[in-house]
Design a protein around this ligand. Structure first.
Ligand SMILES: C[S@@+](CC[C@H](N)C(=O)[O-])C[C@H]1O[C@@H](n2cnc3c(N)ncnc32)[C@H](O)[C@@H]1O
Length: 300
């Protein structure tokens, strides 16, 4: 049995949010979730969720062909650099901006992106949708990579941050208010619970307690995207979990989830977040901060 749920029996437009706590029992339903058996690192498996601490290049080949309904993913943007605004901007430290996200961003290449996109195409069912967030200035190579893999109907999605971080407002009046994703479809008839949509989603940058990753996306944004592009019980996949936003949003919208994260500390945070384990989340956050402080000290 594929990982896919009973999406097509369900009428379009019935994707209303529902919070469904995951069962604590770590058992797998028959199907693709069982493919986790060969995983090497730490992993969390329930009947609705399989997440693993490993690279997408070892994880994705274990996901059966055509077993996923929606890929919603946010790979490294390959943009880490020094901004010169790391500690203070316009005299205010709260406006400090760092574009050096760390090794996880520097180590990823555009060839890695192409490789993962070919795997997304393989694991998606015909008619499945793929949404890839990426650097605004690199959309042309992203679109080309999607089309080379076989995807059709590339369209743009924008996230407008309703509380953007001011950059250097003395030099430029424009804030950094926009992030973009390319949406593409694997042939067939895709699921979309919307009509005449401009593809613009407005949400604030999330600053709450369960923020751990430097580029963590707002859960509200990912919940909205999941509800528009899939049905309850469908399978959502994210191979670059970061702080686990896609897994969390899939759980809260009643979807199944499969995904991985290479970094052990972000993986731990994601797993604790999916389980609603606040102590685990806070321990992982502390470990992330300590590791960052050690790296900074070593670099000084
Ligand atoms: C842009 S972040 C994802 C942020 C996420 N959307 C969130 O809301 O927290 C990308 C993540 O991909 C992870 N990553 C980088 N290379 C990877 C790989 N080969 N396999 C799996 N994860 C990888 C990084 O460690 C990083 O946490």
């Amino acid at each position: 049995m594929p990982l896919s749920g009973s999406r097509r029996q369900k009428a379009r437009g019935q994707g209303a949010s529902k919070v469904r706590p995951l069962p604590k029992k770590r058992v797998c339903a028959p199907g693709a979730l069982e493919a986790a058996d060969a995983a090497s690192g730490e992993q969390l498996r329930t009947s609705d969720c399989w997440i693993a601490n490993e690279s997408c290049f070892s994880f994705l080949p274990k996901v059966p062909k055509a077993s996923v309904d929606l890929v919603l993913t946010d790979p490294p943007y390959v943009i880490s650099r020094q901004t010169g605004f790391e500690s203070c901007v316009n005299g205010e430290s709260r406006f400090a901006v760092s574009m050096d996200f760390g090794e996880w961003d520097r180590a990823f290449t555009e060839d890695d992106l192409k490789r993962s996109i070919r795997e997304f195409y393989r694991v998606l069912r015909p008619g499945g949708t793929c949404v890839v967030w990426f650097d605004l200035w690199k959309l042309t190579p992203l679109k080309a990579a999607l089309e080379d893999a076989g995807f059709k109907q590339c369209r743009l999605i924008e996230w407008i941050k309703t509380n953007p971080v001011p950059l250097n407002s003395k030099r430029n009046y424009l804030t950094n208010a926009r992030e973009v994703a390319v949406l593409a479809v694997k042939g067939g008839s895709p699921t979309f619970n919307a009509e005449y949509h401009d593809g613009v989603y407005r949400h604030p940058i999330y600053q709450g307690q369960d923020r751990c990753h430097p580029t963590q996306k707002p859960t509200a944004l990912f919940k909205e995207l999941i509800e528009v592009h899939s049905e309850p019980d469908d399978v959502v996949l994210d191979a670059f979990l970061g702080g686990g936003t896609t897994a969390h949003a899939a759980r809260d919208t009643g979807r199944k989830f499969a995904g991985c994260e290479r970094d052990p500390l972000y993986y731990r945070f994601s797993a604790a977040r999916v389980l609603g384990d606040h102590e685990g989340m806070s321990a992982a956050k502390t470990a992330v901060k300590e590791a960052a402080a050690r790296r900074k000290e070593a670099a000084a």
